[in-house]
Write a protein that binds this ligand. Structure first.
Ligand code: SF4
Length: 160
């Protein structure tokens, strides 16, 4: 499972880099590949959910603390579309303290998500709680790339 310390310590970025390298260096479905299965298990621990703008707004409104920062994997693709993620609660505190994000109000977080319209919103569990809402960029996103290679990981959040 990804932890808050993994986000502030750079470990999560390194894990994404390795996963992208694995996808780039292989072809076809990975469902029967041993490394593919290990990666699938690691990815599933984030329990990623695709959510609507309104569902994301509900998480934002219920958060104790909010921060905004570049989506984590963009550091690996600086030329790609810029989208910013919203971090919640303890992850927001930690990302702001490490300088990886800036604290934000509810309105700023909602505005940030409106600016990223067209990028599917994905919420991920970090340290056991849903704390990261990313306007994903499918060509570089490990979740979407895993799906393309047969490693099903994305669920759509049910209607409230
Ligand atoms: S685009 Fe995908 S891999 Fe990149 S930070 Fe967002 S959820 Fe993670």
């Amino acid at each position: 499972m990804g932890t808050i310390a993994d986000y502030t310590g750079g470990f999560i970025l390194e894990s994404i880099r390795k996963a992208l390298h694995f996808f780039d260096s292989t072809e076809g479905p990975l469902t029967h590949d041993e490394k593919g299965q290990r990666l699938h298990k690691n990815i599933n621990e984030f329990e990623p959910l695709i959510l609507s703008f309104n569902q994301a707004a509900e998480y934002i409104r219920n958060a104790k603390s909010i921060a905004i920062g570049k989506r984590v994997c963009r550091a690996l693709h600086p030329e790609s579309a810029l989208t910013e993620s919203v971090f919640l609660n303890e992850l927001a505190f930690a990302m702001a303290a490490s300088g990886d994000a800036r604290t934000a109000t509810i309105e700023e977080a909602e505005e940030c998500q409106q600016k990223s319209a067209g990028h599917p919103l994905i919420i991920s569990k970090v340290s056991g709680e849903y704390l990261e809402i990313c306007p994903s960029y499918p060509p570089d996103c490990i979740y979407w790339l895993a799906e393309k290679r047969g490693l099903h990981c994305l669920q759509r959040m049910g209607k409230p």
